[in-house]
Ligand binder design. Sequence first.
Ligand code: AMP
Ligand code: GLY
Length: 417
Amino acid sequence: MRLLVIGGGGREHALVWKLRQSSRVEEIYCAPGNAGTAQIGTNTPLTDHAALAAFAREKKIGLTVVGPDNALAAGIVDLFQSAGLRIFGPSRNAARFEWSKIFAKDFMKRHGLPTAAFGRFTDSAEAHRFCQKMRYPLVLKADGLALGKGVVIAENGDAAAKSIYRMMDRGQFGEAGRGIVIEEFLPGRECSLQALLDGEHYLLLPGAQDYKQIFDGNLGPNTGGMGSFSPSPLLTAEMEARVHREILEPFMAGIRAEGITYQGVLYPGLMMTAGGPRVLEFNSRFGDPETQSILPRLKSDLLDLLEASIDGTLDQCEPVWDDRAAVCVVLASAGYPGPCETGKEILGLDKIPSDVLVFHAGTALRENKVVTSGGRVLGITALGANVEEARKRAYEAVSHIRFEGAQCRRDIAAGVE
Ligand code: AMP
Ligand code: GLY
């Protein structure tokens, strides 16, 4: 079968790498891809969805796999399906859990899923009034997609008022911030859960943890994610049972009751609090860099799982997971998560041990050299008997990579029991 993977980050390189291992796959295209996907597949620069559908028809693509949230929110799945093309991912309507936080919060309330107490507003005067009677800190969230930048933790009334003004009155995030959610701050530790859904059943993948802030010790601004590891010790057998009972089962019952057909990845971001797991948000795609530490642990054929999600047969799948731990350390360009310089040559890729994985994100090929082309540049993933061993091996490999201005956190997966 020929496959097309949409996207060009570390997540997509990991997907292409894993799908390449399937004996049923002849060829993989990636749109737009990066220097890493170009080594194991064929990149195409197309981004327009109608052009991608035409490409899929012309190349006789048997399955298209969607990486990023914005393509799902724009309805790429609906477009491909109406053209009779097979595609993995939720429809625009199902992906609404990610592209509208107001919708997701209201859904959780309707169906009793545990989440932070909240108010949701489309009128800024009402939002201001609500903040006056709340305890701080408060968390303010733009309703729509905002590249991971739409969440502000306000320590006091002044900060909350400024955020409301910026998001709702000044239109900092455009339409995405016209509506906002304001919710209570939940102390705890975060865990990324991912499940595959086929409309009827779900299959939980191993837990992972992500490091969102740019600097060690979780300081500085939020990024797309600076590293990850799997499995997560937060997801004990007891917690996992609670996650099934309190989150995934009510979610499935809720979508069934509301007639929402959900096929693809459901990725709830969780806060593990003293009172149990709470849903911070839903994403409707694979996490990045979580995918870079989860897929290396999958021993089974990923294509089988993605096809089962489309065919409604996930209940028949029993994927086998590697017991070893995986740690992914992200190398980013200077300036990230703000504007960064690109075009820097990446050296040392040839020195990486063969059993360590280098997933490319913002990289490109220029005159046979691999150069930086974005904020997050590489994800280096190593496996080990435990998290500590995997962490040591990942950082040992990281030490071989050089490019001007390279930055990475030094505390990914540190101190994990
Ligand atoms: P979200 O996009 O909703 O997951 O929020 C982005 C990040 O903000 C999360 O990964 C958390 O680190 C933080 N966050 C979001 N909501 C809350 C909350 N209610 N309490 C504490 N931290 C939160
Ligand atoms: N690593 C966070 C995300 O994929 O949204």
